[in-house]
Write a protein that binds this ligand. Structure first.
Ligand code: 3PY
Ligand code: MG
Length: 250
């Protein structure tokens, strides 16, 4: 089937993503049913290995959200494998140079546009009999902008043919530019504005991970097309802290 997220972004709606770091199929399934547009399985910082990926994608596909994956690195073999496993979008961490962006896109696309190897496996089950014909146009590649060099090259990275969007990793970005991660700072605010501008002037979508819902709301109001307010364990911890505070009254 076609990507509904692509259609929503094309219509100017901000899409909201969930993010799975726990490796629990039950959590992935529940988040898919919770109203998010996409659920990203995080193979970079998630507490599970590659063999858990397929059941997690199946769990997401049991609900209405689109199954996405953040890969652990920009290695082409892993990117090809998560696409074969059925990811509609791949979020590539640490895209710091235009060359890395070009290699990332090449890994996402079949020849003649790229170097993805044939073997669509689960992707063809989900995508249908015309998957091969549509894959190069449908698969979304999000390049993560999360370092000072990436920020310095953001316009050249945004000019990469075939890239779908830029996705900010605010924590790595904060550390790279020398400010404390995990809380809003003027430096990261300025970077968010810069990435948004670079993405939109190149015709790309702009997305970001966010440490809390209020930040996600703020970025959506600024024009971000995709916001991811927290991962599953952050949501659970926040709800646990809130519950304990009510119960204990402290
Ligand atoms: C970051 O903030 O660096 C991220 O990669 C978000 O997951
Ligand atoms: Mg990061």
């Amino acid at each position: 089937r076609n990507s509904r997220v692509r259609e929503a972004v094309a219509q100017g709606r901000t899409v909201v993503g969930a993010w799975v770091a726990t490796g629990s199929g039950y959590v992935a399934e529940s988040l898919s049913h919770a109203g998010y547009d996409a659920v990203t399985i995080d193979l970079q910082h998630g507490m599970f290995g590659f063999d858990t990926l397929v059941p997690l994608l199946q769990a997401v596909s049991a609900g209405p959200a689109e199954p996405w994956v953040r890969v652990p690195s920009l290695e082409a073999a892993t990117i090809g494998k998560v696409l074969d496993a059925g990811a509609y979008a791949v979020i590539g961490p640490g895209v710091d140079t235009p060359q890395q962006a070009a290699d990332f896109v090449a890994a996402l696309r079949y020849p003649p546009l790229g170097r993805r190897s044939y073997g669509p496996a689960r992707a063809a089950l989900q995508g249908g009999p015309d998957y091969l014909a549509r894959a190069n146009d449908e698969v979304m590649g999000w390049a993560m902008i999360e370092s000072a060099p990436a920020l310095a090259a953001v316009r050249e990275i945004a000019a990469t043919p075939g890239l779908y969007g830029l996705f900010v990793g605010p924590n790595d970005l904060a550390m790279s530019i020398g400010v404390e991660p995990g809380r809003p700072t003027p430096e990261v605010d300025a970077a968010w504005a810069e990435v948004l501008e670079a993405a939109h002037s190149a015709g790309l979508a702009a997305g970001s991970f966010c440490g809390d819902a209020a930040t996600a709301r703020r970025l959506a109001d600024q024009g971000y097309d995709l916001v991811v307010p927290m991962n599953d364990i952050m949501l659970l911890r926040a709800a646990a802290a809130e519950s304990l505070a009510v119960v204990r009254g402290d």
